[in-house]
Design a protein around this ligand. Structure first.
Ligand SMILES: NC(=O)c1ccc[n+]([C@@H]2O[C@H](COP(=O)([O-])OP(=O)(O)OC[C@H]3O[C@@H](n4cnc5c(N)ncnc54)[C@H](OP(=O)(O)O)[C@@H]3O)[C@@H](O)[C@H]2O)c1
Length: 300
């Protein structure tokens, strides 16, 4: 099951995406272990990998890139998404006084060059503007994204954490189409279902990636909403001979916007089996039972 994001460039993403935000948090960051996680993700059908320049204090792309450098055939088996515009306070940038966003042409260009170098690749399949920048000059940002696509350094561009008017402003200044918005969606974070963002994305023919689809692990923690919904997820998991995480991803998969959950587990055993989410059908009442349990009250 794949999501076509650009007919023109024949670009498609896997329905489940593997995100590497937490890659450097793993106790084992050896290239062989990173490769084992990549292989486990690929075996579950996750061919799309989600990066950002800043992940792991600017280290994750390079950790992942070592695996790509070791095996010349690996890059062709995957799609690489990366992001930029967040400038972190970091030892790597000692002169930086504050965390900020930068969507200037120079900043985006240099971030893409760094990502390509760290990932040992000649192109990103998609570059996302990581967060809306209040100082974004849409004409400047749109032009650099178009230029990067025309040069082949990125095959497509998208946004993350954008609301409709902000992505439409950027799109107005581009010739190429913005292909995706990556936003937070999970059983415990349901805002996009009711604030019309998912409708706007469908209207604008944009793909949707859901970050932290297991609420960043909160689904398994001592959290009131998680405690309300877990017994139900567990019961559905048992009926389907699977696990809670798979049911929570399947809940997102049911939505007609073709949501692509971006999972972030570092645990090899947890990566295995996630693909089952694509085949777990949930009827409407079950979907709303999960909503109701998570919200703590029925829908209006
Ligand atoms: N665009 C953005 O602004 C943005 C923001 C945040 C994230 N992202 C992207 O989204 C990706 C996923 O985010 P995420 O890592 O927060 O996603 P997630 O899949 O919701 O959460 C992963 C976390 O949940 C834990 N977990 C998973 N299954 C578990 C289980 N069965 N029991 C207990 N804990 C469990 C994992 O721990 P283990 O590793 O121990 O399994 C990990 O700490 C990131 O890698 C990044 O690519 C994007």
């Amino acid at each position: 099951m794949r999501v076509t994001v650009s007919e023109k460039s024949a670009l498609s993403y896997s329905r489940l995406v593997y995100g590497v935000w937490r890659l450097a948090d793993d106790a084992d960051v050896s290239v062989s272990h990173v490769r084992a996680k990549i292989d486990a993700a690929l075996a579950e059908g996750m061919t799309t990998f989600d990066h950002a320049d800043i992940y792991g204090d600017y280290e994750c792309e390079a950790l992942f890139g070592k695996a790509l450098a070791e095996d010349g055939n690996l890059r062709e088996q995957m799609q690489l998404v990366s992001k930029c515009d967040i400038a972190l306070i970091s030892d790597k940038f000692p002169a930086r006084r504050v965390k900020y966003y930068d969507t200037s042409a120079d900043y985006i260009r240099s971030s893409v060059e760094n990502s390509l170098r760290h990932l040992h690749t000649d192109r990103l399949d998609t570059l996302l503007i990581h967060r809306p920048d209040p100082l974004m000059d849409a004409a400047e940002t749109g032009k650099v994204l178009d230029d990067l696509i025309d040069s082949g350094k990125i095959l497509s561009a998208g946004v993350s954490n954008f609301r409709p008017e902000s992505w439409r402003l950027l799109q107005k200044h581009m010739t190429h189409k913005l292909v995706v918005n990556q936003i937070e969606i999970s059983v415990l974070h349901r805002e996009a279902f009711i604030n019309d963002d998912l409708s706007a994305l469908q209207l604008d023919d944009m793909a949707v990636m859901a970050w932290s689809p297991l609420a960043g692990g909160r689904l398994f923690a001592d959290d009131a909403a998680a405690q309300r919904v877990r017994p139900l997820l567990q019961a559905i998991a048992e009926q389907n001979d699977t696990r809670i995480d798979v049911v929570a991803l399947a809940w997102l998969i049911q939505h007609p916007a073709q949501i692509m959950p971006v999972v972030g587990t570092n645990n090899l055993q947890r990566i295995k089996g996630l693909g089952k989410a694509l085949n777990l059908f949930m009827d409407r009442e079950t979907w709303f039972e999960i909503w109701t349990a998570a919200a703590g009250h029925e829908v209006p």
